[in-house]
Design a protein around this ligand. Structure first.
Ligand SMILES: NC(=O)c1ccc[n+]([C@@H]2O[C@H](COP(=O)([O-])OP(=O)(O)OC[C@H]3O[C@@H](n4cnc5c(N)ncnc54)[C@H](OP(=O)(O)O)[C@@H]3O)[C@@H](O)[C@H]2O)c1
Length: 273
């Protein structure tokens, strides 16, 4: 049997290419389908043995594992389209941020895993969150973990915590980039430093800080203490952040949680929950 992939957008492209480049999947063992088929031309040129089809039913008939990488609202249509053609015991894996397994089970009553990837997998870094329903076997869980550990670090989580974990891993690259952008642009606005120079300073400093935290395993508090000497200038900056940031992040998590709840309500309606 083959491994199938439906959807070749931002995430689909990143994951499929990452898995092929790290050689944990073979080009002659996968089959891909997407809506705009021309987007697959370059992949087909690079990996000529990949089977490509615009017919999802062909894919469904041939695959023991199917990854669905399409937009959240499209998943149900696809499940309805392929349901009658799926092989027995097929394992469906989706990556939709707002679609709980319990909701998806209304449309597909089999093995379901949910993975929340992060854009950081484009450089084989970051965390992929993973959760399974109780029909998925240990062997299948291990296989998925093996695949995604090659392009990230896998963290198995619960459906209850996956929302906040998504904020911390999958949404966070955008939050972090926004914070760094604001920090560098404010610095540029209050000085003669150009925006380009300020951004370069910020990115290099952020990269070095991440390396210190990750490679040297310096904790947040130790790192802060080593820079913010008591009575110094950095300590004064930290006082301001202590005041301003907790309410800002409380509000951020409130907004993302509300959005997630609204999306869940819409999907419950779509799936007839
Ligand atoms: N972006 C992130 O950082 C991120 C992180 C975690 C999870 N996710 C989740 O990943 C999912 C995909 O996100 P994305 O950013 O990759 O979106 P995207 O760039 O819009 O890609 C979606 C892909 O699905 C294809 N598609 C849509 N409907 C289809 C259908 N009926 N049949 C076949 N293919 C279809 C699209 O085709 P076209 O090329 O024709 O549009 C496109 O290739 C979303 O559910 C999102 O919640 C995203």
């Amino acid at each position: 049997m083959k491994t199938g992939f439906i959807g070749y957008g931002s995430m689909g492209k990143m994951i499929i290419n990452g898995l092929l480049e790290s050689k944990v999947i073979c080009q002659d063992n996968i089959i891909i389908s997407t809506r705009t088929m021309s987007k697959l031309n370059y992949l087909k040129e690079k990996y000529p043995k990949i089977e490509i089809t615009s017919n999802k039913l062909t894919l469904a008939r041939k695959c023991s594992t199917i990854f669905i990488f399409v937009n959240t609202g499209e998943v149900k249509n696809i499940l309805e389209e392929i349901n009658d053609y799926l092989i027995k015991d097929v394992h469906i894996v989706h990556i939709c941020a707002g679609l709980p397994i319990k909701t998806m089970e209304q449309a597909f009553n089999g093995k379901i895993s949910r993975i929340i990837p992060s854009l950081t997998s484009e450089v084989n870094e970051g965390i992929s969150l993973m959760v399974h329903n109780d029909k998925v076997s240990e062997i299948e869980k291990n296989k998925l973990e093996y695949l995604f550990n090659n392009i990230s670090q896998v963290k198995v989580t619960s459906e209850e915590d996956i929302g906040m974990a998504t904020d911390l891993t999958s949404c966070a690259p955008a939050f972090i980039a926004f914070i760094l952008m604001q920090m560098s642009h404010s610095g540029a606005n209050k000085s003669g430093i150009s925006t380009i120079d300020a951004e370069e300073m910020m990115i290099k400093t952020f990269y070095g800080t991440a390396k210190l935290l990750h490679e040297k395993e310096i904790g947040f508090e130790e790192l802060i203490a080593r820079v913010a000497t008591p009575g110094g200038i950095t300590a004064e900056g930290i006082k301001s952040l202590e005041n301003d940031l907790p309410p800002a992040f409380n509000n951020l998590y409130k907004m993302t949680s509300n959005k997630r709840e609204n999306l869940k309500k819409e999907l419950d309606k779509q799936y007839g929950v």
